[in-house]
Every structure is written in C-alpha cells, then in structure tokens.
Design a protein around this ligand. Structure first.
Ligand SMILES: *Cc1c(COP(=O)(O)O)cnc(C)c1O
Length: 336
C-alpha cells in the first residue's frame, strides 16, 4: 500500500477515509483513466462523470439493499440543507409533520420545518430515550421525523420507531447500529445522499427551490446542475471499497471499539461529562496530539472528548488510543 499517512484521525467529520481510496485518487488525480485530464476538470455531463454518478447510485442501492421503488439522490447543502428540503418536499400533503426531538440535530431539523408549516414536537431534549408507547403521534402528519443517532448529544434510537401509517423520515447521517458504519465519511464533504420512496414525490411546495426538489433531482438523475463532482467521485470509490471489503455486514463486525467502552467510561469519569475538567481535557488533547492522535475534541456545543471510530479506523489505531488513555488515567486520574 502506498499510504504514508501516519496521523491517527479520530475526527467526527470530515473524518478518516480509507487510505487505499486516497492513494487511488492521488494516482489518477492528474490524468483520469489516461485521459490526460483530471476528473475535476471534466464536465459533469461527460461520459466519465455520468458513469461515476451511475456507479455511485448502484453501489448505494446494492450496499443498502434499497428497493426499486425508492430513488437515490445526490444533493448539495449537506445535512442542514436537507433539513429544509424535507418539509419543502414532504410537508405539503397534510400541512403538518411530527418531529421526535431527541437532541441538537433533530431540534435544528424541526426549527427548519417550522418555517414551512405546522409541526408537533414529540420529545423534547430527552437524554434518555422515552418508551415509544408514551408518545402521542399525530395521525394526520405528513411524516414522522427522527434522527437515528444524535452525534452531538450521544442519543441513539434503540430501534426504528413505529410511525404507523405515517411516512417515516430518518436522519441517517450517522448510522451506528444497523445499516452502515461510515457516518459522514462516505466521502469528502459536499454531497448528501437522500433515499426517498417514489410515491412521496411530486408534492413539493411551490416555494421549493429546484435544486432541493426531490422530484426534479430524481428526474435529472442528480445531474440537474453542476454537482460536487469530486465529492461524488471519491464517494463512489469509498462505496466500492466497502463492497470489496465484504459490504455493510462486514463493516459492522469489523468494528471493535465496543471493547474500549469501559476505558472511555474511565476517561469520561475524570475528563469529561457535565462536571468535566476543561484544563484536563485540553491536556488530554495536547498529549494525544504529541502521539499524532488528532481531532479528539468534542463538538463545539458540548465540549468534552470524542473519538469517532469509523470503518477506516483500524483495530490497532483503537488499541493505541486505549493505551494512551490508560496511561493518561494513571498519570492524571484520581489516585485511589
Ligand atoms: C453532522 C450531522 C448533521 C449535519 O450535517 P451537515 O452536512 O454538516 O449539515 C446532521 N445530522 C447528523 C446526525 C449529523 O451528525
């Protein structure tokens, strides 16, 4: 392998990508498939790019077993842009929607929805996940929205909620358990994957910008205007890398970090949490960086320490982190 990267990157996003993919991109960066041009210099309507676009869509369909009555769209504007796109596309049916607010991201999504219609909020800033039987769902909602994993607050849905006959919309930016384990790092930033059931299309509000209109984007096969060609190109490579490495199931079993849970708890005990010691946190980050372990600082809104352990992080990377944590605990932790 031609990788010369040596930093251990525990970032939450943008985050570590497989070095094999980066190497591949580097190799063909100046001349894509011997064309003498870089892919980023080519038209988004070139046969080269359209092939990448098609292959990326096929790979998503295959990896996630997406049924044929669902469209796969590549949009821009990120997760937050999609927070607006969802009500703009789907709220028209009944004029209202249900939002399960379990943390930062779903709260943002609900705030965005409020601009376009009525919404009811089911759960408010709950740290512990409330039992589904206690929810009062609006049977007349256009959809029920939830965030599978609140990456800032660490609140994860234990299972897919039952929305009864109401369409379910999920923010799967970080799918920790069941589907794929490459939240936010299926490629560089600049592309967001939307998977939508066909019968829900065609209901966008009049004010919906064309670039966010799922129906329009689906019709144009995600090349309605200039896409982030580089992002889709790298994403396609990451998807092929997942396929080559055994697909989604393999990605799940490959993940070992559960074993470091107790060590994380240990660290959390004295550097993090609500009564966190900020100077010790800073020390932790500083000491870690000396060992080339980067992006361990928590989200700016909550602070603390966060290690994101996605597919591209190897077991030995995790072991190095654990070793460092144990050493840090010995040196700076409470003495027994
Ligand atoms: C990061 C994140 C987002 C926001 O994504 P952007 O592309 O930065 O707008 C939304 N939802 C979840 C769960 C996230 O982790």
């Amino acid at each position: 392998m031609g990788s010369s990267q040596s930093a251990l990157n525990f970032g939450a996003g943008p985050a570590k990508l497989p070095s094999e993919v980066l190497y591949d991109v580097q190799q063909e960066f100046l001349s894509y498939k011997n064309t003498g041009m870089s892919l980023i210099e080519m038209s988004h309507r070139s046969k080269e790019y359209m092939e990448i676009n098609d292959n990326a869509e096929k790979a998503v369909r295959e990896l996630l077993k997406v049924p044929s009555n669902y469209k796969i769209l590549f949009l821009q504007g990120g997760g937050c842009g999609t927070f607006a796109a969802i009500p703009l596309n789907l709220m028209n049916r009944t004029g209202s929607a249900d939002y399960a607010v379990t943390g930062t991201w779903s709260a943002k999504a609900a705030k965005e929805a409020a601009k376009y219609g009525k919404y009811s909020q089911n759960l408010r800033d709950r740290e512990v996940f409330p039992d589904e039987s206690t929810w009062t769902l609006n049977p007349n909602a256009s959809y029920l929205y939830y965030c599978d994993n609140e990456t800032v607050d660490g609140v994860e849905f234990p299972k897919i909620p039952n929305s009864h006959d109401v369409p379910l919309v999920a923010d799967m930016s970080s799918i920790r358990c069941y589907i794929w384990r490459c939240p936010k790092n299926i490629g560089p930033s600049g592309v967001v994957v939307v998977i939508v059931r066909e019968d829900l299309l065609g209901n966008a509000m009049k004010v919906c910008p064309s670039v966010l209109d799922f129906t329009h984007v689906a019709k144009e096969k995600s090349i309605h205007n200039t896409p982030s060609t580089f992002s889709v190109y790298v994403m396609e490579k990451v998807l092929q890398w997942i396929k080559k490495n055994g697909g989604v199931a393999a990605m799940q079993t490959q993940i070992v970090p559960l074993t470091i849970g107790s060590e994380v708890g240990l660290i959390y005990h004295f550097v993090g949490g609500k009564n966190g010691n900020e100077s010790l946190e800073a020390k932790f980050v500083e000491e870690a960086e000396k060992l080339k372990m980067y992006q361990l600082k928590g989200h700016r809104s909550v602070g603390g320490i966060r290690a994101s352990l996605y597919n591209a992080i190897t077991v030995s990377d995790v072991e190095l982190l654990v070793k460092f944590m144990v050493e840090f605990q010995k040196q700076y932790g409470p003495k027994p």
